[in-house]
Ligand binder design. Structure first.
Ligand SMILES: NC(=O)c1ccc[n+]([C@@H]2O[C@H](COP(=O)([O-])OP(=O)(O)OC[C@H]3O[C@@H](n4cnc5c(N)ncnc54)[C@H](O)[C@@H]3O)[C@@H](O)[C@H]2O)c1
Length: 267
């Protein structure tokens, strides 16, 4: 099957690690050129080197995507490097710190809002005029199954991911028929999101009072995931590439679960 992505230019936010990196590599394997943003300059350079190893172009810019100024500066530099504009935007950057509701301060709510929702708002607003110049273009945003089916924690993160889904629907209507706009809603995916110091594994460890890895396994049992395991970044990347490709030409305004079966509702 032909994805039609060869020679296209794909912008990915949060591309230095985890799902962002796996997604960049998956697009590169389809022959797409990559334009990458992240605040982790070292890992971003590693991702770019991997991309170039696939025989396509990789442009990367270090940027703090949690502020309006960071987004503006990063995208200005990035766009100046792109000879053929942008065909696909993947709003991937995100961050969560699982804490019980009463322990989430106003500052954490604001941080979660800035990096999860406002990064999507700002990057999309900046790139829409560029995407509209193409015959067909696509936006895929990385939400979460927690945005559709929240758990007890983290409430701030789940709320922002729900808002990302609402924004996906809004944009899909506003930009049709030229730009297709979809979201993926991954379940638990083993990445630095879980394993980093202060990440989900440690957060669950303090909530359940167990060692981090044991706390993750405990959480998975509570969630009763049909596929009984965490997913891998590549398993989300495959679906993002599909949604951005010609193979999904009649798919817009959709929320695509990549969640091991976590969502129980029919709609
Ligand atoms: N891992 C999961 O279980 C899971 C589940 C559902 C949804 N998601 C979503 O998938 C996306 C990617 O998550 P991941 O698992 O790959 O996480 P990750 O932590 O491995 O990667 C996130 C990337 O974002 C970058 N980043 C963080 N803050 C930034 C900032 N202020 N400016 C620029 N870059 C910044 C990090 O450096 C990192 O490269 C996120 O939106 C996350 O919410 C993850």
């Amino acid at each position: 099957m032909e994805t039609g992505l060869g020679g296209k230019t794909v912008v990915i936010t949060g591309a230095a690690n985890g799902i962002g990196r796996a997604t960049a590599l998956a697009f590169a394997k389809e022959g797409a050129h990559l334009a990458l943003l992240d605040h982790d300059a070292e890992k971003l350079a590693e991702t770019s080197a991997l991309i170039r190893g696939c025989g396509v172009n990789a442009y990367d810019v270090q940027a703090d995507l949690s502020t309006g100024q960071g987004v503006q500066a990063g995208l200005d530099v990035l766009l100046a490097k792109l000879p053929d504009g942008v065909d696909v935007l993947v709003n991937n950057v995100g961050h969560g710190d699982p804490k019980p509701f009463e322990e989430i301060t106003d500052e954490q709510w604001e941080r979660t809002f800035a990096i999860n929702l406002m990064s999507m708002v700002r990057v999309t607003r900046h790139l829409l005029p560029v995407l509209r110049q193409k015959e067909k273009s696509a936006i895929v945003s990385n939400a979460s199954d927690l945005g559709r089916q929240p758990e007890t924690a983290p409430a701030d993160y789940a709320a922002m991911k729900s808002a990302m889904l609402a924004l996906t629907k809004s944009l899909a209507r506003a930009e049709a028929p030229k730009i297709r706009v979809n979201a993926v809603a991954p379940g638990p995916i083993w990445s630095t999101f879980w394993s980093r110091p202060g990440g989900f594994a440690e957060g669950l460890s303090s909530i359940y009072n167990m060692p981090p890895r044991q706390a993750v396994d405990h959480e998975m049992k509570l969630r009763k995931l049909p596929l009984e395991r965490l997913g891998e970044p590549e398993e989300v990347a495959n679906v993002i590439v599909f949604l951005a490709s010609d193979l999904a030409s009649y798919v817009t305004s959709s929320v695509w679960g990549v969640d091991g079966g976590s969502i129980r509702s029919i709609v």
